[in-house]
Each structure stands twice: as structure tokens, then as C-alpha cells.
Design a protein around this ligand. Structure first.
Ligand code: G1P
Length: 274
């Protein structure tokens, strides 16, 4: 149904300096797996098999991660250590990986538009790997693909956040079609709490229809002087339809040190040691 998933991974990771000085933030390990691999596994679990990365300078480690490491494979072949490679081998067997570079940092909307050459004219998923989503049943992306089958329009994942935190997120409002599902009528990027249309914040999982590319081309820079995906999605909502889905599962903001430590503790206790 949806084959491709786009990963904007060009961002700097300033909040994790000095760890991210020469290492991409997406390669920070939560226990023993880099953040970006969790995102790729989630996309695979949603039936996607073509991973598209919008990378930048200094992000070579991500490209190398999703390739064979010939020397390493050769060294540990047949030894007891081979088992440690099982999860990444499984990922490589189930998907292809393509990359393009975003030369200038002009915002998430610009990153998505840069990915157009890898996506073409089909609906696609987007994973912001800073947001680590974990749950026992269907992955968040799989839940969203199921909804896409029904509505055939762009879908954003949302979560309730404390009202004083709206300035960290895109925030939506809309008509509730049923519990946890809204038809979006307004969307604002990082509003002050007093200006926020609700406390329903966008989390880094999207399904986008390809008309978003033309809309992005015509979207002027918004918040922070950057081209905002949120602004383009509002145009799409006004011209047609965008759904917002309050997903089931836990989400950790691994772009912040607190969220990252929480994620590490959670994965260690509930997945690694379980
Ligand atoms: C981006 C989006 C924002 C969304 C957030 C989710 O912001 O612009 O709308 O709520 O991701 O993580 P960023 O965190 O990249 O500044």
C-alpha cells in the first residue's frame, strides 16, 4: 500500500553536543541500537520496503550503517559474536536505502521537498527518528497505514501535551470524527500556549500524499524563517483533507537529554532485559 518512508536526518543535534560533534544524532544508541534503526524497523513493520534518507554533511555514518560492513562480517563470520549482527542484517534484507543531500538547513518542509526525487508521485511515510515510538501491538506507522487505507489523505500523529509545552511542537485543532481521530481545520507551528489552538501536538510520524511537494514549493518561510511542513499541511487541510491521529503507544522525545534517558531506561527494562 505504502512502500516508501522518508527520513529527514540532516539536523545538527546541538542539544547533544559534544556527543554529536562528529557523530550524527540519529546514530546515538538507545541501549545497543541507533535511534534511526528503530525508525527503520518501525517503517518495515508497517509494510514499507524503500527507505529514503535526506542527509547532510557529516552524516556518512548513517549511510554506512545501512550497508554491509565487509571487514566486520568477514572477521566474525562463524564465531559466537555473529549473533550481534542479526538485527541489522534482517533490516538490510527487508529494505533498500537511498540517500540525497540537503545542502542548506532551511527547515523540515525544505527537507521533505529535497526528498521528492527519492519519493516521486506516491504516498509515503515520514519518520523523525528523534521521536522514538514503542508499543506492544501494531507500530505507530502501521496504525497510520491502516488509517490511510480508509481516508486516502495525509495523516499526522498527535499526542496531548501539557499546555505550557505547545511551543515545542506543531499543534492542531479539528473536528473529532471518533475518539482519537480528528479532521484538521487548523495547524500552527510552535505556538505560544496562549495562541495554541489546542494541546494536541504533532509527533514525528506522518503519512503524506505527494501533492505536498507542490504545496511545499509554494510555501513561504514561516516560524524561525524556515519552510514549515506544518504550514504546507494546513494548506492541504484547507484544500482537501488532513487527518490527525492520537496513536496508541509510548513516545520518547530523544531530541532532549531527559527523553533520551527515559527511552534508554524503558528499552533496557522492557525490551533488552525482557
Ligand atoms: C518538528 C515539526 C513539529 C513537530 C515536531 C515533532 O519540529 O516541525 O511540527 O511537532 O517535529 O517532533 P522539530 O522538533 O524538528 O523542531
Amino acid at each position: 500500500m505504502i512502500n516508501k518512508c522518508l527520513f529527514p536526518v540532516a539536523g545538527y543535534g546541538t542539544r547533544f553536543l559534544p556527543a554529536t560533534k562528529s557523530m550524527p544524532k540519529e546514530m546515538l544508541p538507545v541501549v545497543n541500537k541507533p535511534l534511526v534503526q528503530y525508525g527503520v524497523e518501525e517503517a518495515i513493520a508497517a509494510g514499507m520496503n524503500q527507505m529514503a534518507f535526506v542527509t547532510g554533511r557529516g552524516k556518512r555514518a548513517i549511510t554506512d550503517h545501512f550497508d554491509i560492513s565487509y571487514e566486520l562480517e568477514h572477521q566474525i563470520a562463524g564465531s559466537a559474536k555473529e549473533g550481534y549482527l542479526t538485527s541489522i542484517r534482517g533490516v538490510l534484507d527487508q529494505a533498500t536505502f537511498t540517500m540525497t543531500r540537503q545542502r542548506e538547513m532551511k527547515g523540515l518542509g525544505h527537507a521533505i521537498l529535497t526528498g521528492e526525487t527519492l519519493i516521486g508521485n506516491e504516498p509515503f511515510g515520514v519518520v523523525l527518528s528523534d521521536d522514538l515510538c514503542i508499543n506492544a501491538g501494531d507500530s505507530v506507522m502501521a496504525q497510520m497505514v491502516n488509517l490511510y487505507k480508509q481516508f486516502r489523505c495525509s495523516i499526522v500523529a498527535i499526542q496531548e501535551v501539557p499546555q505550557d509545552q505547545t511551543e515545542k511542537y506543531g499543534v492542531i485543532s479539528g473536528e473529532a470524527l471518533k475518539e482519537g481521530l480528528y479532521r484538521v481545520d487548523d495547524m500552527v507551528e510552535k505556538p505560544k500556549p496562549e495562541d495554541a489552538p489546542s494541546n494536541l501536538a504533532i509527533i514525528g510520524r506522518y503519512i503524506l500524499t505527494p501533492d505536498i511537494f507542490d504545496i511545499l514549493r509554494d510555501t513561504p518561510p514561516g516560524k524561525g524563517g524556515e519552510v514549515q511542513l506544518t504550514d504546507a499541511l494546513l494548506t492541504q487541510a484547507k484544500n482537501g483533507c488532513v487527518m490527525a491521529y492520537q496513536f496508541e503507544g509510548s513516545r520518547f522525545d530523544c531530541g532532549s537529554v531527559d527523553g533520551f534517558v527515559e527511552a534508554t531506561n524503558h528499552v533496557y527494562q522492557h525490551i533488552y532485559k525482557a
